[in-house]
Ligand binder design. Sequence first.
Ligand code: PGA
Length: 669
Amino acid sequence: MIKTVKTVDLKDQRVIMRVDFNVPMKDGVVQDDTRIVAAIPTIKYILAQGARTLTLMSHLGDPAKDAEKAKAKAEKDGKPFDYDKYIKGKHRMAPVAAYLQKKLGKNVTVVFAGEDGCKGKKDFIDSQKPGTVIMLENTRFHKEETSKDPKELDKLAKALAEYGDIFVNDAFGTAHRDQASTASIAKFVPVSVAGLLMEKEVNYLEPIVTNPKKPLIAIIGGAKVSSKIAVLESLLKNSSALVIGGAMAYTFLKAQGKKIGKSMVEDDQIETANSILEAAKEAAVEIVLPVDHVGAEKFDAASKPVAVNNVNIPDNLIGMDVGPKTIALYKKVLATAKTIVWNGPVGVFEFDAFAKGTEEVAKLVAETTANGVITVVGGGDSVAAVNKFGLASKMSHVSTGGGASLELLEGKKLPGIEVTRVRDCYIAGNWKMHMTRSESAALAKALVKALKGGKHKYMVAPSFTAIHAVGEVIAGSNMLLGAQNCAAEEEGAHTGEVSVLQLKDLGVKVIILGHSERRHTYKEDDDLINRKVKLALKHGFEVILCVGETLEEREKGKLITVIKRQTEKGLVDVSEADISRVTIAYEPVWAIGTGKTATPENAQAAHKFIRGVIAKLYGELAAKQIVIQYGGSVKPENAAQLMAMEDIDGALVGGASLKAETFAPIAKF
Ligand code: PGA
């Protein structure tokens, strides 16, 4: 969960906010104010809460790199190059400050802090009247801003941190950059939160990867397969269909043995295309490729469009757009969606003669929005397309970020977002070998009602025999479906086992692994548990990895050795990307089902230790973010006390999860 500006008291506070005012400029005039306008709600909100000062910082192009390019071009063309004039026209923030002043009106004062850079402005800022907005010069005039050296980043970050008691990051478009003003600053400011724009972006984009309203259909277009591999792989996990358009479709068609004429193709990506097609088949995700085309003899806006009525493109033509049969197919496929995400045009929409396919997609997506489908458009070109066709306001959400929205859809962690993240409180019920199918369904029904509106993250793990029934009851609720174990093999002759593929088929999202009853009664060792963890993660599940010492181990002083070993060995070969889907449950074996609970202080010490182990394996940020549940006789009476401890982020509940009357108070503590 990210922490937002709405959760902090801003009265009389000095706020330093990163915005994305990287707007196109010409001769010192703002050419497109979309990004400025997008930040205004947060600016107004902060001022309305009575902030003492609001200092804004942003980059505006990259002065050093851009000037070098412009100079080289001028030299090539034999023209003179005036550095100061160039920089003034394109990279100075003063005109942006003036523009913002106009937008905010007379009741707000916007001052520009000067062309001499972003450092040393504390006295200037503190001398302003309460409620003043201060705009700093372009952060990228400081080479530290984009440095790869953390020490350099910290130097500028520290200077910027002096201007605020609270850091607000509202610069979604730059959230994928690990830079001084987007991320490092959070180390030196007491509180870091997301702005309203950032919150909206995350709220629309993140669930597409983590928990979309299904069926999810993704439309991915654009020129290159190579730039979209990660997003295709990520979207395969949750989509029922992937619509692939744009020039990258020709690489897929060629991989299928179709004729693509002179169309753009990446021959070195044919294998990748094949493996994506294969993975889609395995995951039962429909891949929708063009079935007809609009071609041209030359890649030119003035070229005459030629209809190609079937999937094969003649040798003399370049594929430029999708044809009418394909659009009809899109219409049929999109009609089944509850969520649509669109990244990348399906044709050369910049040329009017070849814009029809993309325009029709924009219209179809807009229509589904009107029917209650969640529609999210991300990525520079598709955003440009919906703007061109005047349909932006008809979508649920049009992202302000190109690279940032793509990386979020790839399932990546974005530095500018992560600095505002706080750990979820995660309450899970482990029903063990209890209850019949109908009893389980009845409990699930009671929980759906009781946990409605609950603020934490919830999961229930019924017995295998009841998973299907419980899944049907909790569909669409705020509870995730869990399983208590899985086989270490994908399939085959394994009498008595249940595979990850079977669990996925039932809609299971989370698997509990290494529970003490599995370790001690069924003799599962660290190696077996690790194999299960890796397999579950490979198939897109979240995992709860249980660790904990027996009474004997505790009494012999082996607590630390045991939980360190179980954590490390359980996570062998688990990647940095996958650790975000792992929760650790610290469950002292002597406390499970015995009525004996660890004291909050003892449990806290163990949790802190486990967090330290994660820090060594995956770094400080991952350690800060991993959720560590406590398990072992959690009851309504002790839940709040345990969860109040700094490193205890929730609970894995056994006995008390078997009744709504005892689980609900824990879950809603
Ligand atoms: P308990 O079980 O709450 O009954 O102690 C916890 C667990 O085994 O996960």
